[in-house]
Design a protein around this ligand. Sequence first.
Ligand code: MN
Ligand code: MN
Length: 287
Amino acid sequence: MPYGVTYADADADYNDADAVIFGIPYDHTASFKAGAREAPTAVRRASYNFEEFHFEHGLDQHLPVLNDYGNCDDFILPEDMIGEVKFAVGPCIRDGKFPIAIGGEHSVNIPIIQSFPAKKIALMTIDAHLDSRDEYMGTPNSHACVTRRAVEHLGIKNVCAVGVRSIGREELERDDVVPYVTSFDIFDRGIEWGVRKALDGLKCDRVYLSVDIDGVDPAYAPGTGTPEPFGLTPLDVKKAINLVGDRLAGFDVVEVCPPADPAGITSVLAARLINEARAVYGRQLRQ
Ligand code: MN
Ligand code: MN
């Protein structure tokens, strides 16, 4: 493993693995605070904090069997990052393994979704932002354009954002607004209502879940590039992963920014959410 620390228990060879961890240390389209490139290492380190046994799932962490690919190479232009991520993650998806990515900023999700066959999965994001701009700061592959690129590949009935509380006027004043559920409505009606509303609107059965850590309230997850008040709780996100449940087809956690996370709590939360996704996928394998 040439890139330093491996994710906890991710010691299987690729061929034996059910799921594969990818670090994607890319943050060159960051619009406010950069530093997400340091997250793959910080989140891998934080992964050693936890028990190998998920008592609430009755499941050992060694299911699914996990391989750590290491980090994708870093590039400046998003188009170069996209080529590298497709090269790394594409085979995992084609081989029917479960991809787990650690960003990097949210733009790393664009090539992962594009590596799935068109219209064969849905994307649910957890995010403070809708990320649905056609382009931002001169590129269509910015972290502000993630759901728009997903709509082009999957169709608008296969994309939904949950926990949103910051939307640009240009994202709303158009005919093809990306479906979303606000954090305000979730406060009033509960996370189960919000996630079911999102899932019921998705056409495809299989759902890739992308957690932008800024979907969580900055009181719990301060280490992120564009913090936004009035967010979800960590437990809301844990419940959301479980509500996707048997439909879960892949997972990433993005926008963790270690230089803005002096106590390391945001990286610990990111690792714990990865472990939750592992456990939920592990339950699929046991069935
Ligand atoms: Mn985002
Ligand atoms: Mn965001």
